[in-house]
Ligand binder design. Structure first.
Ligand code: 9MR
Length: 576
C-alpha cells in the first residue's frame, strides 16, 4: 500500500506566525543542499536560500532535507515553498492563524455532549441531533443505570457528560484528564503574560447554549462533564461511598455509524476504582477554585466532592480497573495510581492550601521524580498534570519548592527541544516505533504543552518556538503530508472513527467538525483494518484516514483537550 503523499515539500499547511519559526521538510534523493524559494500567491520569489541535508529520517525512512525560512516575516496568504522541482501546498503567514482553531477545538466538546439536543443553529444543521441517552427508547440509559452484576444493588442517574470518542461510552479517567485540560486552558489565562487576561476565552466566545450567562463558555463546557463526574460518585450511605464508578457504557460493542439517540444497548455502571475517584477529586478541586467567582454554590459542591473523593481513595487505595473489562467499552485499566494520588493532592493543595495535602505531596514517589517521560501524559500517567499546576497556579508553596518544580518543567522542555532538533520533521519526541502509539498525536501536543509552559514560566522564545514546531508536524509537515485536524490544511483527516460522524459510510451523515484531531500514526497497528493495510509501515506512515481504523484514526476528548490547550496558547502568541 503506497499512499499518495502529494508534493514532496512538507509545510504546515495552515501556516506560520509572522514572528514565529518557519520550518519545512523536503523529501528528496539529493544529499547536497538544494536551493529553495518562497513564493507569494502571485508567484514572485520573496525569499530564497539553501536547505540542510539531514540524511535518512528514522521515523519515516525517508531521505530528507530541512528548510528554515524564519527570517521572512511578512503576513500574507497563499504562499508556497518550492524546492527540488516541487511546490508545497499553499499556506498563510498570519498572526491570527490559531484564533479559529482555539474556538473550533473547543466546539468539538459541545458536539460530543450526551444528554442534550445539539442545536444546529449554533453549530450547523448537519450536526443537529436529538439528545442521546436520556432514557428515551431505544436508549437504555443514562437516567437510571444499574451496576454490572455483583458490583452494586442500586442504579444511578449518570446523564450528561461527553461521549469519550467514537463510541458512546463515558469513562471517568479519560473524562477527568480532558476536563482538567479545559479548566487548565482557562486557568492559564490568569497567570500567563501572553494570555491578555483571557478575554478570548470569556463569556459568549463559543457557540454553546450557555453563552451569555456571565460565565466563561469554556467553564460552561467543562461543567457539562463535571456534573457527570459528580453523578458517578457513590452516594453517602452506600458501600464505598465517596468513590467514583470507573465508567458507564454499553454491555456490547455497537457497529457504526450509530447516532447516540438510536443506541439500543443496555448500559451498566462498572465498579468504583481508585483511579476514577482521584480523577474526580482532582477535577472537582480545580472546579472549586475556578468556579468560585461565577457560581459559589457549585464551587462549594465541587469542593466537598473533591475532599470526600480523596478521603475515599485513601481508604480504598488499591481498587484497580482491570484490563479484562473491555467488552462494549474501553478498559481504561491502571494498576499504579500513585500518580493519581499525586495529581489529586496537588489540586486539593492548590485549592485549599491545607497542610495535609502538602504532606501527602511531599511523601509521594512522584514528588521529585522525573515524571515527563515518553508517555508521561495520559489517563494512565497523570503526575505531569499535577506538576504543571504546581508550577503555574499561584500558591503558598515554599519558594525553594516552587523553584525546584519549575526547574523540572524547563528540564523536560529542554529534553523535548533536543529531540526536536534531532528530528527532521521537528517532533518533540524520539523517532522510534515506541513513540508512535495509540493517540500519539495527543502526546505530541502534550509535549508541546510542556514547552509552552516553559515559555510561560521563563519568557524564553526557544520554548515557544518548539511548541509551534510540534504544531507544524500535526498540520502537515510530516511524512504523509497530512494535517491531522479536520478542516485545517489542504489535505486533512476527515474520516475519523466515530459513530456520530459517519460520512464515509453514510453520506447523509457529516464528517467530524472542523477542529477534530485524529489519534495519529500508531506503529502497533491495533485494529484489523490498519493491521491488514499498513503491515510493515515505518512509524510515521502507520496511519490511514479511514473510519474503520480506530487505533490510528479516532476522535477522542483527551486528544481534543490537548489541541484546545495548545491552540489557545498559540492564538495568544500571534502578535508576539
Ligand atoms: O486512548 C486509549 C488508548 O490509550 C488505549 O491504548 C486504547 C486501548 O485500550 O484505548 C484508547 O481509548 C479508547 C477506548 O478504549 C474506547 N473509546 C475510544 C478510545 C479512543 O480510541
Amino acid at each position: 500500500y503506497e499512499p499518495d503523499t502529494g508534493p514532496r515539500v512538507r509545510v504546515n499547511q495552515v501556516g506560520y506566525l509572522p514572528s514565529g519559526p518557519k520550518n519545512a521538510t523536503v523529501v528528496t534523493e539529493a544529499t547536497t543542499p538544494l536551493t529553495w524559494q518562497l513564493r507569494s500567491a502571485a508567484g514572485s520569489v520573496v525569499a530564497s536560500g539553501q536547505s540542510t541535508p539531514r540524511g535518512v529520517d528514522d521515523a519515516s525512512g525517508q531521505n530528507v532535507q530541512t528548510i528554515d525560512f524564519s527570517s521572512y516575516r511578512t503576513a500574507g496568504t497563499g504562499y508556497t515553498l518550492v524546492a527540488d522541482g516541487e511546490t508545497s501546498h499553499p499556506f498563510d503567514i498570519s498572526a491570527d492563524l490559531y484564533d479559529q482553531l482555539r474556538s473550533d477545538a473547543l466546539q468539538f466538546f459541545y458536539i460530543q455532549r450526551s444528554g442534550i439536543a445539539i442545536d444546529g443553529d449554533l453549530v450547523g444543521a448537519e450536526y443537529a441531533r436529538p439528545a442521546g441517552h436520556l432514557g428515551v427508547a431505544p436508549n437504555k440509559g443514562d437516567t437510571s443505570v444499574p451496576c454490572q452484576p455483583g458490583v452494586c444493588d442500586y442504579s444511578l442517574d449518570v446523564r450528561g457528560g461527553w461521549y469519550d470518542a467514537g463510541d458512546h461510552g463515558k469513562y471517568v479517567v479519560n473524562g477527568g484528564i480532558a476536563t482538567y485540560q479545559l479548566l487548565n486552558t482557562f486557568e492559564r489565562t490568569k497567570t500567563a503574560a501572553s494570555a491578555g487576561g483571557g478575554a478570548a476565552l470569556g463569556d459568549a466566545t463559543l457557540r454553546v447554549p450557555e453563552r451569555g450567562n456571565g460565565t466563561p463558555d469554556i467553564l460552561d463546557e467543562a461543567r457539562w462533564e463535571l456534573e457527570f463526574l459528580l453523578r458517578m460518585q457513590v452516594p453517602a450511605g452506600r458501600p464505598l461511598a465517596g468513590m467514583a464508578h470507573h465508567k458507564i457504557h454499553d454491555v456490547n460493542w455497537t457497529g457504526l455509524p450509530l447516532a447516540p439517540e438510536d443506541d439500543p444497548e443496555r448500559r451498566e455502571l462498572h465498579a468504583p476504582s481508585t483511579a476514577a475517584t482521584l480523577n474526580l477529586a482532582a477535577t472537582a478541586a480545580q472546579c472549586a477554585r475556578l468556579f468560585a467567582p461565577y457560581d459559589a454554590a457549585f464551587a462549594t459542591r465541587c469542593g466537598t466532592a473533591a475532599k470526600t473523593a480523596y478521603a475515599a481513595a485513601k481508604a480504598n487505595p488499591t481498587r484497580y480497573a482491570p484490563a479484562s473489562d473491555s467488552t462494549g467499552g474501553g478498559a481504561y485499566d491502571d494498576t499504579d495510581v500513585t500518580d493519581e494520588f499525586y495529581w489529586a493532592a496537588a489540586e486539593l493543595y492548590l485549592t485549599t492550601g491545607e497542610q495535609a495535602y502538602l504532606t501527602d505531596l511531599s511523601t509521594s514517589p512522584h514528588h521529585t521524580a522525573d515524571i515527563f517521560g515518553a508517555r508521561g501524559f495520559g489517563w494512565q500517567g497523570v503526575a505531569a498534570l499535577g506538576r504543571l499546576d504546581l508550577a503555574t497556579v499561584p500558591s503558598g508553596l515554599p519558594a525553594a519548592e516552587k523553584t525546584r518544580i519549575r526547574a523540572s518543567v524547563t528540564a523536560a522542555a529542554d529534553r523535548h527541544l533536543t529531540e526536536l532538533r534531532n528530528q527532521a520533521y521537528g517532533l518533540p519526541m524520539p523517532g522510534d516505533p515506541d513513540s508512535y502509539f495509540w493517540g500519539g498525536n495527543g502526546n505530541i501536543i502534550n509535549n508541546a504543552v510542556v514547552l509552552a509552559t516553559a515559555y510561560d514560566l521563563t519568557g524564553e522564545a526557544t520554548y515557544r518556538d518548539g511548541a509551534v514546531q510540534a504544531m507544524d508536524y500535526l498540520l502537515g509537515r510530516n511524512a504523509l503530508n497530512m494535517s491531522y485536524v479536520t478542516g485545517y490544511g489542504e489535505q486533512a483527516a476527515k474520516n475519523q472513527h466515530s459513530r456520530i460522524f459517519g460520512n464515509q459510510i453514510d453520506p447523509e451523515l457529516p464528517n467530524p467538525p472542523a477542529g477534530s484531531l485524529a489519534g495519529g500514526p500508531n506503529a502497533a497497528l491495533q485494529d484489523p483494518f490498519a493491521a491488514q493495510l499498513l503491515a510493515g509501515c515505518k512509524p510515521m506512515f502507520c496511519f490511514v484516514d479511514d473510519i474503520n481504523s480506530y487505533s490510528t484514526n479516532e476522535v477522542a476528548i483527551n486528544w481534543n483537550s490537548a489541541l484546545t490547550w495548545i491552540a489557545s496558547f498559540l492564538a495568544d502568541q500571534g502578535d508576539g
